[in-house]
Design a protein. Structure first.
Length: 76
C-alpha cells in the first residue's frame, strides 16, 4: 500500500492509498478514522476516485464523524 495523495480541509484529512486491486480512501478527524475501498476496475485512476468523493458523499462522511464523536464522548 502506498500513499497516492493527501489533503486537508477544515473538516478532516483525506488520504488516498493505492493497493493492488483497490484505491483505499481514508478520512481522519481528531481521534477517529473512516475508510472506503474503491475497486480499480470501476475507478481505475485517482481522478475517478476523487470524482466519487462528491459533496453528498463528503457530507455523509462528516455526519458519520459527528455520530462517532458523540458515541466516543458519551462512553468515556
Amino acid at each position: 500500500m502506498r500513499i497516492v495523495e493527501t489533503w486537508s480541509t477544515q473538516q478532516f484529512k483525506t488520504t488516498i492509498y493505492a493497493m493492488e486491486r483497490w484505491h483505499y480512501v481514508e478520512f481522519e478527524a481528531g481521534p477517529m478514522k473512516q475508510g472506503f475501498k474503491f475497486m480499480k476496475e470501476s475507478h481505475p485512476s485517482t481522478a475517478e476516485v476523487k470524482e466519487a468523493l462528491n459533496q453528498p458523499f463528503l457530507d455523509e462522511v462528516y455526519r458519520t464523524f459527528e455520530k462517532m464523536f458523540l458515541n466516543l464522548k458519551n462512553n468515556k
